[in-house]
Design a protein around this ligand. Sequence first.
Ligand code: ACO
Length: 430
Amino acid sequence: MGTATLIIDGKSYELPTFVGSEGERAIDISKLREKTGYITYDPGLGNTGMCKSAITYIDGDAGILRYRGIPIEQFAEHPNFIEVAWLLIFGRLPTKDELARFSERLTQNAPLHEAMRHHFEGFPVNAPPMAVVSAMISTLSCFHYHLFNDDSQFEELAARLISKVRTIAAYAYKRSIGRPYIYPDPRLRYCANLLHMMFSMPYDQYIVDPDIEDALNLVFILHADHEQNCSTTAVRVVGSSRANLFASCAAGVCALWGPLHGGANVEVMEMLEKIHQGGLTPEKYIELAKDKSSPVRLMGFGHRVYKNYDPRAKMLKAACDRVFAKLKRRDPLLDIARKLEELALKDSYFIERKLYPNVDFYSGILFRAIGIPTEMFTVMFAIGRLPGWIAQWKEQHDEANAKIVRPRQIYTGETQHDYVPFEQRRAPSA
Ligand code: ACO
């Protein structure tokens, strides 16, 4: 603990400072308004630490990402999404028995209540799948509320959510294509079961390729947590009111949906398709992305935190190469993505602004290779991110002195004036 001196209008104020376990330095301004009458102004909260967290560490300049201290690269060899989920939520690697117990809970909880299955019929066939997923996660609150206020049931609650979101995602997809819902198969593991529910038909079992199953495990692991991003912050903000886990995670899905966050993986594919269909060359697209008079951005590039190559993008790029080699296929969109990356990484615009590929740049191509349709990409991201949201929600829930999130604002509207009756009002001049 140290102190920082803040001088306002010649008057000095001492504010405590502290350092995180990896050396991040912070000034504690929690008493700033009380002491000085000032608040801080930080649109986008890029300089604001909202919480202390022991879950995920990112060094954006060095391109480092660790879950509970373990470098992300170490999960690549035998990727097991459920093991990583347990690690994130409970703070350490599970023993064999703990993992087996958690996996059993997932298996037991995979089916939805039959009443929930009927809910899918109420959605329009072309409803955006993220809307369906967030609505159905909220709906889970109607069926599992008896677990909400009992901390001893937390593992069961987390397992229900992680397991059922996969069934919800598969049913949202089946609804969108007008095909029959497929019940989960208790013999299949997490990712294989998802693929089974998405792609099997009652008369035709989808056979899961173990390499594809590994690739899906890896993508989910790489999406599993990313500290205080937009959707995680949404989960924490909602959870700070003591809203239940399911309601808080439904808010996370809504935040993830936006094109500047999880929705970017869809935008990347649209960008690559547009170039592939001959509308634009990669060179022309890069020029447009640099042109400030055009709204175009190089989707899948840039990040609030990473000012270096996103380590997840690096691993996804390598996974794309492995999967395409195994499938003995080529994807012209992968070639276009590589070309865009090559052009951007030697262009002074991107170099000066430290814009590198982020997780969304290659994830869509990998999802495509796995057979996931574009409209389901952001849903896949949500399934992957769920353990992170749950871990962050729990960390906040367990904190003795957690406060409801309630920021301040700098009011810039009208100062006080009187109400004017209709007959005395004038329309503003054009
Ligand atoms: N293409 C072109 N220019 C870009 C891009 C891009 N992808 N990203 C940033 N820039 C430029 C901005 O125009 C700005 O230029 P300026 O300084 O001349 O005004 C500068 O780089 C800084 O950009 P900001 O928008 O201020 O950076 P911020 O940290 O607020 O935004 C964001 C980060 C939203 C990710 C941004 O880089 C972006 O829009 N990228 C494309 C969308 C995307 O891929 N989103 C996924 C992010 S990862 C995730 O959520 C999982």
